[in-house]
Design a protein around this ligand. Structure first.
Ligand SMILES: *Cc1c(COP(=O)(O)O)cnc(C)c1O
Length: 362
């Protein structure tokens, strides 16, 4: 079965490590002698609570999450956080700073304007989100309740090469598409969150890492399920959590540890992305969407500049066993999402394919 797997460059949901899928498969009808699947367990059962606790502990260990931060396992996707963040945080001053560097931060910004006065601290819209603004370009409001940004722009293929410095204003960061791809100093953030389906687990789980003192200041009309305090007080179990996804995250975290943790992930990220960018830079036909100093190590956006040729590339790539290389309509061309679970050999083979296409058509 496993030898028929394709190299899946999907932006999300995306590849999971083969060993994680095989492990889940081997336990799917009978989890470690329990006589049932994780999907069939009560979320309040001792056996599931152990999975839950171990998964939290592993994430805390791997990301070196300090004690004064809570880990929440929520639902409603990363997009749910676009509402939850202002609902819970903006009450402090009624104002917030947003850096708009792509699709998801733009959606988050628009959502936040419902709840307070939002300052666009920076925008890369002028050049179709092909770059990340520098620290000096950020127009910071010291009165902001928080500063919001998206660390990796999944659609445009850019990634912040630095953590913004915002003084006492808490940093809130969407890390949906680059969490666990490098070591991160969590203590620099107020909230760090990610939808699971890029680097962690199947869709349906959103991981939120929140500095505890930021909870409990929600706007009065904040829905119960969108209140961080509710979820902290009930340890993410106010209602039924996404049990299966949490279990899958646990398996993925075991795999991350086996690969050398976030340091190991970062090495692989650099290896994969530098191979691919070098191949594109050295080709006659292809060029990247992202400016060199802002390029993402997770989503590589590139094109020929000729739509017919791009379509030919995509059609031939499918024949060659690569799937989901078509770019998002906002950037056109191609996008290769090379998350943690993408094997290095998948990228090596893609590079060979790009070189061959370049020779044949260049
Ligand atoms: C995929 C993605 C989202 C949206 O995630 P959902 O779980 O579908 O809501 C938000 N932000 C980033 C950076 C993403 O890559």
């Amino acid at each position: 079965m496993s030898d028929q797997r394709v190299y899946n460059f999907s932006a999300g949901p995306s590849m999971l490590p083969l060993s994680v899928l095989e492990r889940a498969g081997s336990e799917i009808t009978n989890y470690r002698g329990s006589g049932m699947s994780v999907m069939e367990m009560s979320h309040r059962s001792k056996i599931f609570l152990q999975i839950f606790q171990e998964t939290q502990d592993k994430l805390r260990r791997i990301m070196h999450i300090p004690e004064n931060y809570k880990i929440l396992f929520l639902q409603t996707g990363a997009s749910g956080q676009f509402s939850m963040i202002p609902l819970n945080l903006i009450g402090k001053t009624g104002k917030a700073d947003y850096a708009v560097t792509g699709n998801f931060s733009s959606v988050a910004y628009k959502e936040a304007t419902k709840y307070g006065q939002i300052n666009v601290a920076a925008s890369s819209e002028d050049r179709n989100h092909s770059y990340i603004p520098t620290q000096n370009q950020l127009k910071l409001d010291p009165q902001a309740s928080y500063f919001y940004y998206c660390a990796n722009n999944t659609i445009y293929g850019t990634e912040w090469p630095y953590i913004p410095q915002t003084g006492d204003v808490p940093l809130v960061c969407d890390m949906s598409s680059n969490i666990l791809s490098m070591p991160v100093d969590v203590s620099k953030f107020g909230i760090l969150y990610a939808g699971a389906q890029k680097n962690m687990a199947p869709a349906g789980l959103t991981v939120v890492i929140i500095r505890e003192d930021l909870a409990g200041h929600e706007l009065p009309y904040t829905p119960l399920m969108m209140n961080y305090k509710t979820m902290i007080d009930k340890d993410s179990m106010y209602n039924t959590p996404p049990c299966w996804c949490i279990y899958m995250l646990g398996l993925t975290l075991d795999w991350v540890e086996e690969q050398g943790g976030t340091e190991g992930m970062e090495k692989l990220k650099k290896l994969r992305s530098s191979m691919l960018y070098d191949t594109i830079d050295n080709s006659k036909l292809f060029h990247c969407h992202a400016q060199p100093d802002s390029r993402s190590g997770m989503n590589v956006t590139f094109r020929t500049g000729n739509e017919e040729l791009d379509a030919k590339f995509i059609a031939e790539s499918i024949q060659a066993g690569f799937v989901n290389l078509k770019g998002h309509r906002k950037t056109g061309g191609m996008r290769a999402s090379i998350y943690n679970a993408m094997p290095v050999e998948g990228v090596e083979k893609l590079c060979d394919f790009i070189k061959a296409f370049d020779r044949a058509n260049g």
